[in-house]
Write a protein that binds this ligand. Sequence first.
Ligand code: NDP
Length: 249
Amino acid sequence: ATFDFTGKRAVVTGAGKGIGHDLVLALHACGAHVHAVSRTRADLDALRAELAEAGDARLTTFAADLGNAEEVRAALEAAGDIDLLVNNAAVALNGPLLEMSVESWDATMAVNLRACFVATQVAGKSMRDRGVKGSIVNVSSQASLVATPEHAAYCASKAGLDMLTKMSALELGPYGIRCNAVNPTVVLTAMGRANWSDPAKAGRMLSKIPLGRFAEVDDVVRPILFLLSGECGMVTGSLLPIEGGFTST
Ligand code: NDP
């Protein structure tokens, strides 16, 4: 752990699995109190069990469906005084644009975009009212920058999240609050590994990544820690690609 978040309270959404799960462990290892929000209670209980071994757990959990704006608000308000926020939860409901249902579109926007807006409001007000120069990181995707087959709602939601990031930087900047996004390529979470195990599919994507590999979870977690930290106090409104050069080609 090279970053020091001692005394800081960090909220991580989508903390149950994948990037969010590992981010909670990393923030905790850096001294933060983490408020972990996710949908499945069992995942949050598992996280608590993992951290219990570390003694002082510095962990609170909140099970919520972030597709519901009121639940987002309740989950964030339960965190108390927020210093750091990572909007990480998202869903990928994919299919051909011409066949996608309005329900899938709406569900995608509710979790991937609206929840980030509501969470930013609650966290931003908490920071502003306490005079805290906090930091927010939105977990976007390379799919916000490059159209990806059968990901219409997902790509549109992440493009919206990129602009929410810039708007947050614009309107919260006067309070010293920074907001940035990370835009990863395929990340080899458990699900990522399963989805990209077909060599034909993986090969096509890998051929467009100059570094020739997909991202490991840690490749995403560490830049998020960096953006949350005071090490980049002049960085706000930025979209940080974590894609091995994919969007440069
Ligand atoms: P996972 O699917 O592994 O984990 C997502 C987490 O978010 C789960 O804990 C899930 O809980 C939670 N979540 C999803 N919907 C809701 C909801 N409605 N309410 C509360 N919690 C919810 O995702 P990743 O770790 O792969 O992705 C994390 C972020 O990284 C996302 O924003 C994703 O778009 C982005 N990303 C991922 C890439 C990848 O290849 N993996 C590539 C680029 C970006 P539950 O399982 O209980 O629903």
